[in-house]
Design a binder for this molecule. Structure first.
Ligand SMILES: [Zn+2]
Length: 67
């Protein structure tokens, strides 16, 4: 389940470090000129996806990776 932006209820893309407040890209940029304060939620999702993708490689794909 995606998190909602606390400002506008859009799908959140960022989370404030050490907090449970979530922001969409627009609100995050508006409130925090410095996005370093924020954790990018997509990173985590992408890592998971990569992990899953690696688990379901076809034998041919695995062969290509090992070359
Ligand atoms: Zn927002």
């Amino acid at each position: 389940m995606g998190k909602k932006c606390v400002e506008c209820d859009e799908e959140a893309k960022y989370k404030i470090k050490d907090s449970s407040e979530y922001y969409c890209t627009e609100c995050a940029e508006e409130h925090f000129g410095d996005l370093d304060l924020l954790v990018v939620l997509e990173d985590e999702a992408q890592r998971l996806k990569d992990f899953v993708n690696k688990k379901i490689l076809s034998p041919q794909e695995e062969e290509e990776l090992n070359q």
